[in-house]
Ligand binder design. Sequence first.
Ligand SMILES: Nc1ncnc2c1ncn2[C@@H]1O[C@H](COP(=O)(O)OP(=O)(O)OP(=O)(O)O)[C@@H](O)[C@H]1O
Length: 221
Amino acid sequence: MLILQQLHKTFSTPQGELPVLNGIDLALDQGESLALMGESGSGKSTLLHLAAGLDLPDQGRISIDGHELSTLDEPARARLRREHLGLVFQQFHLVPSLNVIDNLRLQARLAGREDAEWTAHLMARLGLSGREAYYPEQLSGGQQQRLAIGRALAARPRLLLADEPTGNLDEQSADTVLALLLDLVKETRCALLMVTHSARVAAPLSRLVRLHMGRLKDNAP
Ligand SMILES: Nc1ncnc2c1ncn2[C@@H]1O[C@H](COP(=O)(O)OP(=O)(O)OP(=O)(O)O)[C@@H](O)[C@H]1O
């Protein structure tokens, strides 16, 4: 599903070259859920951005569902993201001018994969039925993140990439949102790669890896 081979990434900063990833190898299978942990600044978001094709590695190979990212130009990478990937971030990134149902449908529409029955099912699973005409600002933080998760899964992607999806929520909302995310991932059988600082959030996932000094170490959860 997701294969990373010997990824290297160095940023140029005013202070000089900053090597962040130094030979990352990772394989994630269909239906697998992986927590990516590591100290602040260790490169977790950088790795997630590379896996999403939002940034390019200096060296190495990234393959998503059999598509080799290095062979694709930016429009083709954007198409791959729309059709195969769901993305969830700490900041919900909902479209403020679109109501709940249009936010939910957005990615599926862009992917040309709108499905009214699945959308209605998602609305119910997200606990947002009846709030179709609300705007994001009229929702709580937990509801907004549930909507962002629903939007990411509306086109039934094969891989969900999540960067601290509960990082902006209080503990109770975080638990509800995490449980929902994991249930939906199981239901859709997509693979999950989730960045988190929290061992509690990582615990229910099937695997845990830690990023340290630019390399990944496998860990029992
Ligand atoms: N575009 C960029 N240009 C220069 N340096 C960058 C860039 N993006 C990230 N970095 C640096 O790379 C390092 C890794 O950043 P990254 O955001 O991937 O870490 P992280 O593990 O996700 O951190 P956190 O847990 O705090 O979110 C940091 O030192 C950061 O300052």
